[in-house]
Design a protein around this ligand. Structure first.
Ligand code: CU
Length: 148
């Protein structure tokens, strides 16, 4: 309970109105140490509107943000950010978007966004948790519960 309250607070604090047609930008930090543990995206989950953007900020070096195979809406362009570089992703289609940090995927470094109702690929994305490394599986299971 406390965990979800903290996550919600962080999310509200990080969403800034971008000025165009109600679209918002969510800032996600890539951290060596966050409130939920080591090697994390913070926040680790979000519920977004179609047309919002997510800005991944490498607060610590050695992280990237890229598409998790099987956790991406059909027709949305896959993302592969460079190590230590900011990446801005516009979520233009409804669905569930999973991002991982490639160097820390085995440690469970992942971020999941539900965009709109998430339905186009929600079931498929959740099923893809089974293919993740064990630490990622654990975090993703909690992340998917948080965006329902
Ligand atoms: Cu990382």
């Amino acid at each position: 309970m406390l965990k979800s309250v903290l996550a919600a607070g962080a999310m509200i604090g990080a969403v800034a109105i971008a000025g165009t047609a109600g679209a918002a930008e969510l800032q996600v930090k890539m951290l060596n140490q966050g409130s939920q543990g080591m090697m994390v995206f913070e926040p680790a989950t979000a519920k977004l509107k179609v047309g919002d953007t997510v800005r991944f900020i490498p607060t610590d070096v050695g992280h990237n943000a890229e598409t998790i195979p099987g956790m991406w809406p059909a027709g949305a362009a896959p993302v592969k950010g460079l190590l230590g570089k900011e990446v801005v992703v516009k979520v233009a289609k409804p669905g569930v978007y999973g991002f991982k940090c490639a160097p820390h995927w085995a440690m469970g470094m992942a971020f999941v966004a539900k965009v709109g109702d998430g339905k186009p690929n929600a079931a498929e994305a959740e099923a893809a948790i089974a293919t993740a490394p064990s630490m990622a599986k654990k975090r993703l299971t909690a992340d998917f519960a948080a965006i329902k």
